[in-house]
Design a protein. Structure first.
Length: 162
């Protein structure tokens, strides 16, 4: 029905272009077939990343939001918003959300700047490459030591580390 899409044009963009052309000339177009909705947080992040190119920081923050809710269940949406704001400031300062960040002076590694980095093995073998593993470990550490991300951020502001 439609001609072959040009090289370098994604299927989503090609579909949107075709739909736009049909609407422009007044033809009715069938809605594109939707894939099964992703079920896990990681699948949702990949699906959203495929739709538009996100920065590493944005991808890792999207991974962190549901993990924050999982670590501190049954809280209000305002509480989560405030806690995520504190977490974002804390990990912006520590690693800029880079899961491959390494401090050559201290040996700290990853998004939470775990010292030593291999501590994160307790959450997963892929601690060096998987931002979700690092975020899970970081949230567990924060909850155990500071109770909340805002508690960790407050400590970090006053002491220069957390």
């Amino acid at each position: 029905m439609f001609p072959k899409r040009p090289r370098g044009l994604s299927a989503v963009k090609a579909g949107a272009l075709a739909l736009g052309m049909c609407l422009t000339i007044g033809l009715a177009a069938e809605a594109p077939v939707q894939a099964a909705s992703p079920t896990t947080a990681a699948e949702r992040v990949v699906a959203v990343s495929a739709q538009k190119k996100l920065s590493r920081k944005q991808r890792n923050q999207r991974i962190a939001k549901p993990l924050l809710k999982k670590r501190w269940p049954r809280r209000s949406s305002l509480w989560y918003a405030a806690q995520f704001k504190c977490l974002a400031k804390l990990w912006d300062r520590e690693s800029n959300w880079n899961h491959r960040a390494h401090n050559p002076w201290s040996g700290a590694y990853g998004i939470p700047q775990a010292l030593p980095g291999k501590k994160m093995r307790t959450v997963g073998k892929d601690w060096q490459t998987n931002p979700a593993t690092q975020i899970k470990w970081g949230l567990k550490y924060i909850k155990g030591r500071y109770k909340t991300t805002c508690g960790a951020w407050s400590y970090s502001r006053h002491h220069g580390y957390y």
